[in-house]
Design a protein around this ligand. Sequence first.
Ligand code: ZN
Length: 237
Amino acid sequence: MNTNLIFDQSAYEQATDASVIAVADNAIALDQTCFYPVGGGQPGDTGSIGFAQELLSVSNTYRDKQNLELVWHEIENPTKLPSVGDQICLKIDWNRRYLHMRMHTCLHLLCSLIDAPVTGCGISTDKGRLDFDLPEMTLDKTELSDQLNELIVANHEVQKLHITENIEQEIERLTRSKYVKPPIIGGAVSLVKIADIDLQPCGGTHVAGTAEIGEVVCSKIQKKSKHNRRITLQFAI
Ligand SMILES: [Zn+2]
């Protein structure tokens, strides 16, 4: 029992029809979804589900703990949930998701500028941050902002690729994060490639070209521990 992950092939799908394949106390799982499940620093999508005459609010989306290929949609105030086999339609809160996509893609650019392992990641609608294992304080906010905006305006293409062979070795070779490994879904791992700037395994959602990110500013560089530097970015407008 798996969910077809529409967002993995097409991050711009905002709505879809689906059928219910499992029902829990306050969540339903579907045969396909465009909703992104929380993971890799990117929050789970919110939005709405329509079925019969009801309109339900989805307050979070997450993967099943045992089966990473099954996606649950958490329903706010679940007074009347659909049943297994029911046809529903679902729609993402697109403004929120698109901000996540823009910031998530920008964090890949940030990654390309700093040669150090990533130890943490967080994304929200107005900011994003990466933690780096970086003992020396060699970074400058203005310089980073300028470098990022230069990459953004050049509108580099962002592509999603999939690898199906030597997965473990390829993950090991390409992953920048020290702690977070991308999910292996259907025997494949997603890679994100931004021109010749960045290539790494990532299961998140991204914009198609870097110009969509818009202008950003590096707002903070913090020393979180002896080895840890936290870099926070915000949208300029
Ligand atoms: Zn990503």
